[in-house]
Write a protein that binds this ligand. Structure first.
Ligand SMILES: Nc1nc2c(c(=O)[nH]1)N[C@H]1C(S)=C(S)[C@@H](COP(=O)(O)O)O[C@H]1N2
Ligand SMILES: [Mo]
Length: 314
């Protein structure tokens, strides 16, 4: 994501720098900085977290495309709660404490509930699903997510007949998320889906990637992944899900309604007002490739939008 207040030069630099070069430079810097500060992952905790994920099934929904390396997936991030630059989340998200963590689900449901995230993980069959993530800034990644269908959780709370939308909220705690001290977005970060989109089997809640527990910078302990929509819909570090009758407000739509619509379906024919969405650069590639309608998931999701004008509902 980019917001208006950024200088045009920032956009241009990310457009012309091959991410592979950019990344190797950032990784070198990030590794050095972490070592200098004496930060390292506690091996016992990391192992416990790995075991916590347990066995997982490979999903038939996966793409067979080459995966983006783990180092790239975890060092080139958007997570404005930790700063606006791609390397900020990996460098700064250690202040987030993803456990213990509760997730509240309420609103238009028959059985509102509060789940402990580890309890949820222990009781839900996990799957590995290799999905593309396509950012509005025209880069993309292929990530082996570990998660479960959002629909399985929504069914457990029994949406009422009035529920038409699903609203999501990130944690709001400036102590853990220092970026929330700056008014770059309306906090907490919010996102939303129409209920039928949320119930689609491709929409998942991810709790890990590459077989490991989700790193903080990728939205620990639980985040949304909606592979046919631009990355900003995939809200991180979720504490609350609310079913609603009306279309909920979303952080990016509130910040810049002419640039970021509620639907945000990947669409090469509808440009962002300040740049084209027709092509993308897969992280690690040098050449750009054509962007596919619905990020390549058209066969599965196009019927959700039949009869809708996708220029108007962008
Ligand atoms: N809470 C929160 N969620 C967020 C964001 C954010 O700034 N805050 N950025 C979004 C954007 S723009 C993208 S592209 C993806 C990036 O996910 P990744 O860093 O795991 O690749 O997270 C999305 N979820
Ligand atoms: Mo994004």
């Amino acid at each position: 994501m980019l917001i208006r207040i950024r200088r045009a030069g920032d956009v241009r630099e990310s457009e012309i720098t091959p991410e592979s070069l950019y990344l190797s430079r950032r990784l070198f810097l990030a590794g050095g900085a972490a070592a200098a500060l004496g930060l390292s992952v506690n091996p016992a905790r990391a192992e416990a977290a790995l075991r916590a994920l347990g066995p997982m099934r490979k999903s038939a929904f996966s793409t067979a495309e080459e995966r983006t390396p783990y180092e790239a997936v975890t060092n080139y991030n958007n997570f404005y709660e930790f700063g606006l630059d791609k390397e900020d989340p990996a460098a700064k998200a250690h202040s987030l404490q993803p456990r213990p963590w509760s997730l509240r689900i309420d609103g238009e449901v028959a059985r509102p509930q509060t789940f402990d995230v580890d309890d949820l993980i222990a009781k839900t069959p996990l799957e590995e699903r290799i999905y593309r993530l396509r950012c509005v800034e025209a880069w993309s990644m292929v990530v082996p997510w570990v998660g479960f269908p959002l629909s399985s959780l929504l069914s457990r709370v029994e949406p009422t007949g009035k529920a038409k939308y699903v609203a999501f909220e990130t944690l709001h705690d400036p102590m853990q998320m220092p970026g929330q001290n700056k008014e770059v977005l309306e906090w907490p970060y919010r996102e939303g889906l129409r209920l039928d989109e949320a119930m689609h089997p491709l929409a998942i809640l991810a709790v890990g990637l590459y077989g490991r527990v989700l790193p903080n910078q990728n939205g620990a302990p639980i985040r949304l992944v909606v592979p046919w929509k631009y990355g900003f819909k995939s809200i991180k570090s979720i504490v609350r899900i609310r079913l609603t009758e009306r279309q909920p407000r979303t952080a990016w739509n509130v910040a810049a309604p002419d640039e970021y619509g509620f639907y945000a379906n990947v669409n090469p024919d509808v440009d962002h007002p300040r740049w084209s969405q027709a092509k993308e650069r897969r992280i690690g590639d040098f050449f750009r490739r054509d962007t596919l309608m619905f990020n390549g998931y058209g066969d599965e999701v196009a019927q959700l939008y039949s009869g809708m004008n996708l220029r108007r509902y962008f």
